[in-house]
Design a protein around this ligand. Structure first.
Ligand SMILES: *[C@@H]1O[C@H](CO)[C@@H](O)[C@H](O)[C@H]1NC(C)=O
Ligand SMILES: *[C@@H]1O[C@H](CO)[C@@H](O)[C@H](O)[C@H]1NC(C)=O
Ligand SMILES: *[C@@H]1O[C@H](CO)[C@@H](O)[C@H](O)[C@H]1NC(C)=O
Ligand SMILES: *[C@@H]1O[C@H](CO)[C@@H](O)[C@H](O)[C@H]1NC(C)=O
Ligand SMILES: *[C@@H]1O[C@H](CO)[C@@H](O)[C@H](O)[C@H]1NC(C)=O
Ligand SMILES: *[C@@H]1O[C@H](CO)[C@@H](O)[C@H](O)[C@H]1NC(C)=O
Length: 424
């Protein structure tokens, strides 16, 4: 179990902001089918498409990109719920809390705004119609600004022998964010998002004609230099891994076209089923999404309650352990509902945490190692189940903290998600 106590509280702000903004913007959107447009002005000038993935302390995962000439370096968080890549503008009005303003993107000569009457890219649900001659405005979950194009490249892992960017794209269309309402953690170096969501002509995947991508998230305390964690694009992405599991990527609701929905069959604790969504669907079960940009897993309230009750039952009947009441960590904002005093846990030498597994259509099973379901908040002297219940119609989200160590490959043409442990 990792013991960074600053880790999780930081992420929560993001999740709330995310939810709010997401609801505001995406519910008004139109369904978009995929695969869709390809962009012929784009050229990918390398065969090697492995890009280094690195963690921040607050468990966001990012890649390093270079924009424009001269190359301007930016760190962009991976997002599978956002289709379009965006970066914070130097003249932002609502800004991310970055350590230095010089990290914001200041468009240079090579940058060309997409025009508001561009019928290919400046289209809903990402872009808003603009007055003729004005730059195209976009509105994504957390960011609003203008769309433009410039040279864009993604940086290969430091371990590879040839340092030049592994993927260079001419005329790459991305957002320059003026209002950015998301918290990647205090003084986080992240200045935008690399969109990996599906659906819109301005999406990274559509522009690059990418129908398959793959990533592995390293542990957030890993040594950056030594990780082989990569994001891979193209027909060969993730092929070096022997896959254990495959599950179909299914169509989400029309008002949520960018996310990757998969069919959750059940959640089990120590191999005993505690939650089966199919029985809940008529009662508003909102579906299940894999989301690399959510830092922790958010579970539909009904599912969360079953998991929490089963974990409590296991720890009390096997070890006589009872949770902290009120069952919230002392940290701010108080968010995890099920916590135990470290002192109590440490007094039991034979303690084993329960195994939590997510079972998906097609027999795919994601079993969480203990360290990915429970977190030791050393400052608060408590260990908590790091999942969050959510109400409303937003889907459950399998967050980055519960994806670490596995390799996930998204095949959009085949509509299939594959995953395997030890994938970094
Ligand atoms: C891609 O690979 C082919 C064959 O291996 C090679 O001829 C070509 O130069 C490579 N292209 C780039 C941009 O590296
Ligand atoms: C991208 O920029 C180039 C100039 O660098 C311009 O000719 C082209 O029209 C732009 N593409 C779009 C879609 O705006
Ligand atoms: C896009 O990708 C598909 C399959 O990967 C390929 O058949 C098609 O030719 C590509 N289109 C362009 C314009 O590169
Ligand atoms: C990276 O890993 C190798 C072998 O696992 C180890 O020998 C080396 O010291 C590590 N480097 C750093 C900077 O930790
Ligand atoms: C749980 O199920 C898996 C797969 O069927 C099996 O390998 C494992 O032994 C089971 N574990 C327990 C504790 O029953
Ligand atoms: C959890 O799974 C591991 C590995 O499959 C197994 O060794 C362990 O006994 C399981 N724990 C419980 C409480 O079933």
């Amino acid at each position: 179990m990792t013991t960074t106590s600053v880790l999780f509280p930081i992420m929560i702000t993001f999740i709330f902001l995310f939810t709010t903004n997401f609801l505001l913007t995406v519910t008004a959107s139109q369904p978009v089918s995929f695969p869709s447009l390809t962009i012929h002005t784009t050229t990918v000038s390398s065969n090697d498409t492995a890009i280094a993935v690195m963690p921040t302390l607050s468990a966001y995962y990012f890649v390093e990109a270079r924009i424009g000439l001269p190359r301007f370096r930016v760190k962009l968080a991976l997002s599978t719920s956002t289709p379009t890549t965006w970066v914070q503008s130097a003249d932002c009005v609502v800004c991310l809390d970055v350590p230095s303003k010089s990290m914001n993107f200041d468009p240079a000569d090579g940058f060309e705004p997409v025009l508001g009457d561009d019928s290919k890219y400046c289209v809903p649900p990402v872009a808003k119609t603009a007055t003729l001659g004005d730059p195209c405005r976009y509105v994504l979950g957390f960011s609003q600004g203008i769309l433009g194009n410039d040279t864009f490249s993604l940086v290969s892992p430091p371990s590879t022998s040839s340092p030049p960017p592994s993927l260079e794209i001419n005329h790459f269309i991305f957002g320059v964010g003026k209002q950015n309402m998301v918290n990647f953690g205090a003084h986080s170096p992240i200045v935008g998002q690399l969109g990996l969501g599906k659906g819109h002509p301005s999406s990274t995947l559509s522009q690059l004609n990418i129908s398959r991508f793959s990533y592995c998230l390293p542990p957030s305390n890993s040594n950056h230099q030594n990780t082989t964690a990569t994001l891979e694009f193209g027909p060969k992405a993730g092929l070096t891994t022997a896959y254990y599991y495959n599950t179909p990527i299914v169509e989400g609701p029309p008002d949520n076209p960018f996310d990757y929905y998969i069919n959750l069959i059940e959640i089990a604790i120590n191999n005993a089923s505690v939650y089966t969504p199919s029985k809940q669907r008529e009662r508003g079960e909102p579906g299940f999404v894999i989301d690399v940009g959510a830092t922790v897993t958010l579970l539909y309230k009904e599912a969360y309650i079953r998991v929490k009750d089963a974990v409590m039952e296991y720890l009390s009947s096997n070890f006589g352990l009872y949770p902290v009441y009120p069952s919230r960590p002392v940290s701010k904002p108080p968010i995890y509902e099920l916590c135990y005093y470290n002192q109590d846990l440490e007094s039991i030498t034979t303690l084993t945490y329960p195994n939590i597994s997510f079972h998906f259509e097609g027999g795919a099973v994601l079993q969480l190692p203990e360290s990915q379901a429970f977190h030791n908040f050393v400052d608060e002297l408590q260990t908590c189940l790091v999942m969050i219940p959510r109400t409303g119609t937003e889907p459950s989200r399998l967050g980055a903290s519960q994806q670490r160590g596995w390799r996930f490959t998204y095949d959009i043409l085949q509509s299939e998600l594959s995953f395997a442990p030890n994938g970094c």
